[in-house]
Structures are given as structure tokens and as C-alpha cells.
Design a binder for this molecule. Structure first.
Ligand code: ZN
Length: 141
């Protein structure tokens, strides 16, 4: 994904992408977002849901009594890797609860219906290198 979209997501969701500038030993997030620009919106929507759920959870018992550090260590979802594989988005996140797992499952399924390059409606294209693309982007390939 191009730099400005990468930076926009990291700025909007600093807690989820806190490992973005980690070393290769610490996190695969050091490689950035290894997919096309077309999936920015579904990733943005996923992160908005994940962070608002986590912020709400933070205020409820038994989490409200925890220190910020303790809560974040265990309950703040943190992206470990975001990439394309076999035509779909793979969004690997640490510290997931069931809600976050559901959001991620939905995000990954939407990627199979969304052109990886431009974000239009897409379909999975067979071939040696499987990609999910719209007709115009597929013709350009
Ligand atoms: Zn397209």
C-alpha cells in the first residue's frame, strides 16, 4: 500500500499499529502493509470497529480497575502482520477477543469481493498468481 495510506492508518489507530516501526525481530509489521491500495477502506472500517470495541471494553468491569499498561498488554489488539495471500487479505492481530476475531473474519471475507488495486467490486481471478480484482484492473494486469 502506498506510504500516505500506510501513514494515515497508523495515525488513526496508533494502538493497533504500535509495532509498525518495530524491528524485524520484534514484528512483521516492520514490512508495512503488503497489499494494494484497494483494501484501505475495509481495513480502516475494521480498525474503527476494533478500537471502539476495545475503548468501550476498557470502561467495563473487570477491566476498568486495571492500569492502562496492564489492560494494553493483555486486551489491546495489536497488528502483527497485514498482507495479501492467495487473493485475500490476511490481518494477523495479537490480543484478540471473540468480537475482534469476528471483525477480522468479516474483513478477510470482504477482501475476496473487493479489488485489491482500486477498491471497486472485485472477484477472485484464477491463474498462477491468484488476485482479487475488478474487470478494468484485471485487463491491465
Ligand atoms: Zn480495480
Amino acid at each position: 500500500m502506498r506510504d500516505e495510506l500506510d501513514e494515515a492508518l497508523c495515525k488513526k489507530y496508533p494502538k493497533i499499529f504500535k509495532m509498525r516501526n518495530a524491528t524485524a525481530q520484534e514484528s512483521c509489521m516492520c514490512w508495512g502493509f503488503s497489499h494494494g491500495d484497494g483494501w484501505y477502506d475495509i481495513l480502516d472500517a475494521a480498525c474503527a470497529n476494533i478500537q471502539s470495541h476495545t475503548d468501550w471494553k476498557r470502561k467495563t468491569e473487570p477491566y476498568a480497575g486495571m492500569s492502562d499498561e496492564e489492560f494494553c498488554d493483555i486486551h489491546q489488539p495489536v497488528a502483527a502482520q497485514v498482507k495479501e495471500k492467495f487473493g485475500g487479505l490476511r490481518f494477523y492481530v495479537d490480543n484478540c477477543d471473540d468480537y475482534v476475531r469476528g471483525v477480522i473474519a468479516m474483513t478477510e471475507s470482504m477482501s475476496y469481493r473487493t479489488c485489491e488495486y482500486c477498491g471497486s467490486q472485485g472477484v477472485k481471478r484464477p491463474g498462477g498468481w491468484i488476485k482479487t480484482l475488478c474487470d478494468p484492473c484485471n485487463k491491465k494486469e
